[in-house]
Design a protein around this ligand. Structure first.
Ligand code: CUA
Length: 311
């Protein structure tokens, strides 16, 4: 019924109803208190109006039960709202184990999407229904925000770092994709369509018209072309071997221990001197400005694959 009402887009993801429930709860609570307080104000204005010029009100010296009631009741209500919000927050920020990966890059003014299988698209996102999808996103220029109202999900896309968000679509269909952060003249044109497909149709779409190179293969090719392999392949290279490193803790020269995640990999490629692995010299050249965000993501998926093979 409310489908075409612009303030209430369709509910098409697993946590969409939860976001709405919380939203309507907040609206209901606010409405209730606005109305109740307004009525009380009007009522007391009339009831305690000054009836004659020399009338003086009787002073009131407080009431413990009343004080307790209006302190404890709102406390319980706000803690309740907090608990519901926190639960949803953790759910939205913890992608399930079985989520498939999709990579998005924002730039003025378009969305570039890469699927691990090699398929790429612009201002379109194809995903299977009833399958968790984890998006890893970055920007080439300014801050954008990836927003799919029907999924009730939105996350900033920030230059120089990876942000992620996940969702699980529950209904086959086409949905709006927006940039939800003002990013320049054509911000309003930075829009697209999300296609939620049946798993078979999605597989068919994935295999259609692909160059034949997956993201991992593309990353492997770049890894060779850029010469990363000369130092990072063997166990006794000038740089640390990257086999089995992804997701593991790494000891640095500074004594610090960091986890080798996407952000660490990205930093190590662009500004290699900032975190040098213990036992190695800071001799790696920077690749800042030499490789695109797409290539960087491909290389990271390749390094990631070096850890998966080992298990
Ligand atoms: Cu990108 Cu607004």
């Amino acid at each position: 019924m409310l489908k075409n009402f612009p303030l209430h887009p369709e509910l098409a993801s697993t946590f969409a109803w939860q976001v709405d429930a919380l939203y309507f709860l907040l609206v209901a609570l606010s409405l209730f208190f606005t109305v109740a307080i307004t009525i009380a104000i009007v009522f007391f204005i009339i009831k305690y109006r000054r009836r004659s010029d020399d009338e003086r009100p009787k002073p009131i010296h407080g009431s413990i039960p009343l004080e307790l009631a209006w302190s404890i009741v709102p406390l319980i209500m706000s803690l309740g709202v907090f608990a519901l919000g926190a639960e949803l927050y953790f759910r939205m920020y913890t992608p399930p184990e079985n989520a498939i990966d999709v990579y998005a890059i924002g730039k003025q003014w378009m969305w570039k999407i890469q699927h691990p299988e090699g398929k790429r698209e612009i201002n379109e996102l194809h995903v299977p229904v009833n399958q968790a999808v984890n998006m890893t996103m970055t920007s080439e220029d300014v801050i954008h925000a990836f927003s799919i109202p029907a999924f009730r999900t939105k996350r900033d896309v920030v230059p120089g770092r990876y942000t992620s968000m996940w969702f699980e679509a529950t209904k086959v269909g086409e949905y709006h994709l927006f940039c939800a952060e003002y990013c320049g003249t054509e911000h309003s044109k930075m829009i697209g369509t999300v296609y939620v497909m049946e798993p078979d149709a999605y597989q068919g779409w994935l295999s259609g018209g692909v160059s034949g190179e997956t993201m991992v293969e593309a990353g492997q090719r770049q890894f060779k072309q850029l010469g990363c392999e000369t130092c990072h392949k063997s166990q006794n290279g000038r740089g640390p071997s990257l086999i089995g490193v992804f997701g593991k803790p790494v000891q640095l020269t500074s004594g610090e221990v960091v986890v080798a995640d996407e952000a660490y990999m990205r930093e190590s490629v662009l500004t290699p001197q900032s975190k040098v692995v213990y036992g190695y010299k800071p001799i790696m050249p920077t690749f800042q400005g030499q490789i695109s965000e797409e290539t960087l993501l491909q290389i990271i998926t390749y390094i990631q694959s070096l850890s998966e093979e080992e298990e």
